[in-house]
Design a protein around this ligand. Structure first.
Ligand code: NAI
Length: 339
């Protein structure tokens, strides 16, 4: 097989980010090199760390690198709460118009959870809604955040979900909304979803209100196949759904646009366990597996996935968040040994 070198922008991130991304890189290199697939990592940071070093929260060199490479693997970046700089994650998604956030939630073999054999996918609109960051203090006692929903944004995320369902034989899509209260904004989202659904008669289309969805998910998550939703609800439901498969240490994500893609876990920077060799790198590793599929490296992707399944099925080298006893590094070594 001819050798291929992929140019990838790597953003280690904050908190547990450097630990989980470096574990992931070591597994990728161990798995891919024997297959003739190598990586040139273009490493840049963003957020508070980047600001201290470069005076910019997102250095221009990072933007340029993503623009050039079109693919990035990203660790979580912390965002100050209630004050300080705006989310780096939101800024990157908006800058590169990464409108589709794809988050597959699937149980790994061997892992004991209250909900066995989960297999659902969240398609979350990634560039608008309340995450547009349009906020203003009307006066010292009144704050206003604007919720922006467009037909373009709603239609393209609906198309992404239905196209995926068609291609991968998924049977059902639920649009999740709160159009009983936000009749105009969520109403527009629903109208766009319904219109797109008409073009995919083989996929069953349904709608649930977001609060009911939370209850339905906890009672019976198996009724959902693909969840199609707006930015904020998608963010919240992702964390809820991660609990079905062992928690935030497990669930990967892809931020997809027409030109670029950034692969990152659902979880944040987990400051409570940062720097302690406790973080589970599985979510970032599974994001890297999605990246390998995107790079048309299915053999490498399947090889790593098989090793990951082996480690979970054996159950002897798992991190503490899923009931194990080993650290981030030892877990990565176990995956490498299982390749
Ligand atoms: P979080 O996702 O960082 O942590 C929530 C809980 O899950 C914590 O108890 C943490 O220890 C645990 N956890 C998360 N990832 C884990 C892993 N890989 N292994 C084991 N345990 C893990 O959410 P939190 O604490 O609300 O946010 C912390 C910071 O992360 C905030 O500044 C937030 O803005 C940022 N954030 C960044 C994201 C990104 O870069 N895409 C996404 C979500 C949050």
């Amino acid at each position: 097989m001819p050798s291929r070198t992929h140019q990838i922008t790597l953003i280690p991130g904050d908190g547990i980010g450097p630990e989980v991304t470096s574990a992931t890189v070591s597994i990728l290199e161990a798995a891919c090199t024997p297959l003739g697939c190598t990586f040139d990592w273009h490493t840049y940071n963003a957020g508070a760390d980047a600001f201290a070093k470069t005076g910019e929260y997102i250095p221009k060199a990072l933007y340029d690198s993503i623009e050039q490479n079109r693919v990035a693997l990203k660790g979580p970046v912390g965002t100050p709460i209630g004050a300080g700089f705006s989310s780096i994650n939101v800024a990157l998604r908006k800058k590169f118009d990464l409108y589709a956030n794809f988050r597959p939630v699937k149980t790994l073999p061997g892992l004991k959870t209250n909900y066995p054999n989960i297999d659902l996918i969240i398609f979350r609109e990634n560039t608008e809604d309340l995450y547009a960051g349009l906020e203003v203090m009307i006066n010292p006692d009144i704050a206003q955040s604007l919720k922006i929903i467009t037909s373009n944004g709603s239609t393209r995320i609906a198309k992404a979900a239905f196209e995926y369902a068609r291609k991968h034989g998924r049977k059902k899509i639920h649009a999740i909304h709160k159009a009983n209260i936000m009749k105009l904004s969520d109403g527009l989202f629903l109208r766009c979803c319904r219109k797109v659904a008409e073009g995919y008669p083989e996929v069953t289309y349904a709608e649930h209100i977001v609060d009911n969805t939370c209850m339905q998910l906890v009672l019976n998550p198996y009724q959902y196949d693909i969840i199609l939703t707006t930015n904020l609800y998608g963010d919240i439901l992702s964390d809820l759904c991660s609990a079905f498969v062992g928690g935030l240490g497990l669930v990967p994500g892809a931020n997809l646009g027409k030109e670029c893609a950034i692969f990152e876990a659902v979880h944040g920077s987990a400051p409570d366990i940062a720097g302690q060799d406790k973080a589970n790198p599985t979510a970032v590793l599974q994001s890297a597996i999605l990246m390998l599929h995107h790079l048309n490296e299915p053999e490498a992707a399947n090889k790593i996935h098989a090793a990951l399944e082996k480690v979970y099925a054996a159950g002897t080298s798992l991190t503490r968040d899923v009931g194990g006893t080993v650290g981030t590094k030892a877990f990565a070594e176990a995956v490498i040994a299982a390749l």
